[in-house]
Design a protein around this ligand. Structure first.
Ligand SMILES: *Cc1c(COP(=O)(O)O)cnc(C)c1O
Length: 372
């Protein structure tokens, strides 16, 4: 297949290595990175990113689903892979077959795992305030009962923060509460004589805003890819993050648009003057939010070109009136740098009313992922 044909993703793996080093620098020496490479490594390509990270010496990963974990094993990843989400009892045999670590969702799920005939490696999830997965932290009796289950190899205990990205006093207070509940649980478990398990609490913003915390792992996702969730986010840690991903496409054709003519599905844009427009070979099926119709812009020849009309499944239209030498086949940048301009995933997210995590994780399968 001809690379960089229609629309593609370029992965800057030296930026990934740079981000890894940045986090290793701010985290305590005893804390290891456990990159979150779920959702196809936030759209970057799980196998490519997983292998690159393993080559950088990282040996622990987390994903959302069993299927994602198996895909990584099949891609040659040998380190620990923690499945953060639900695995059906029908698939428990795959956990041991692929040497995976499963999250214990609560006591009743722990019993289901225990009823499976073979021992399973697990990390126990504790709900300290997110109210998603995990036995509630105050149910310490139930949490302790998990340790009595003979078929579970408990190698980790973790929780998840839900306001670590916020800078308000209430956000800080809630995070501090989650931290102290988690620490109290860990102390209690140790006092019961339970040991030999690792602990982890922070994801990206947990590290970016509370870098002084000291657990065995940090489950970093979005920030490892070098972007913040929103361009306006303020963070406390001093880190220099470099975006790993660029998203590019090509001009398909260029044509004139006469004053008063309207374009695209629903004719939502009308030319206020004589214009030159171009069709670009990327659309919402590739992950460009349809929300950007008549809103966003792209970069061509180092200049901004507005997205006009409704974004289609496979194509979109742009205003290239100010660009004299434009022609079919020219490169279009949707995320990334073009000469001295840049569009970040967080910029697109802002236009679309979401966070960069959603924009990146929805980038489509049709896009080739090319390390550069
Ligand atoms: C997705 C996820 C992470 C990574 O989150 P980021 O904010 O992208 O760093 C960490 N832990 C859990 C439980 C998650 O679901």
């Amino acid at each position: 297949m001809y690379q960089r044909g229609r629309a593609w993703i370029e992965l800057n793996l030296s930026h990934l290595a740079h981000n890894v080093k940045q986090f290793q620098k701010i985290l305590p020496k005893t804390c290891a990175l456990m990159p979150a490479i779920k959702a196809n490594a936030y759209g970057h390509g799980a196998a490519l990113i997983g292998r690159a990270l393993e080559n950088m010496g990282i040996s622990d990963f987390c994903v959302a689903s069993l299927g994602e974990a198996i895909e990584l094993r099949n891609a040659g990843i040998t380190g620990q892979i923690l499945v953060l989400g639900y695995t059906s009892p029908y698939q428990f045999s795959e956990l041991s077959r692929y040497h995976l670590t499963q999250t214990v969702i609560d006591l009743s799920y722990a019993k289901q795992l225990n009823d499976f005939k073979e021992p399973v490696c697990v990390h126990v999830s504790i709900d300290t305030g997110m109210r998603r997965l995990g036995e509630r932290s105050e149910n310490i009796e139930q949490i302790c009962q998990i340790w009595k289950l003979k078929n579970l190899r408990i190698t980790g205990v973790f929780s998840h923060l839900c306001t670590a990205d916020g800078q308000s006093a209430a956000d800080h207070r809630f995070t501090r509460e989650q931290i102290s509940r988690f620490n109290a649980n860990i102390d209690f478990l140790h006092k019961q004589g339970f040991s030999g398990f690792k602990t982890h609490l922070q994801s990206s913003y947990g590290v970016l805003n509370y870098p002084e915390l000291n657990y065995d792992y940090a489950r970093i996702g979005i920030a490892l890819y070098g972007v913040l969730s929103s361009p306006s986010d303020r963070i406390s840690a001093k880190v220099d993050l470099k975006p790993v991903l660029s998203l590019k496409s090509r001009i398909e054709c260029v044509k004139e648009l006469h004053m008063g003519e309207s374009i695209g599905y629903g004719l939502t844009f009308t030319a206020p003057k004589e214009m030159k427009i171009a069709a670009v070979s990327i659309g919402y099926a590739d992950g460009i939010p349809r929300e950007l119709s008549n809103k966003g812009h792209v970069l061509v020849h180092g200049k901004k070109a507005a997205i006009i009309g409704r974004i289609c499944m496979d194509q979109l239209l742009i205003d290239v009136s100010g660009l004299p030498d434009i022609s079919s086949g020219d490169e279009v940048v949707l995320i990334g740098c073009c000469k001295d301009r840049e569009i970040s995933a967080a910029n697109i997210a802002e236009y679309a009313g979401t966070i960069s995590n959603e924009i990146l994780s929805r980038l489509g399968n049709r896009l080739e992922r090319i390390p550069v």
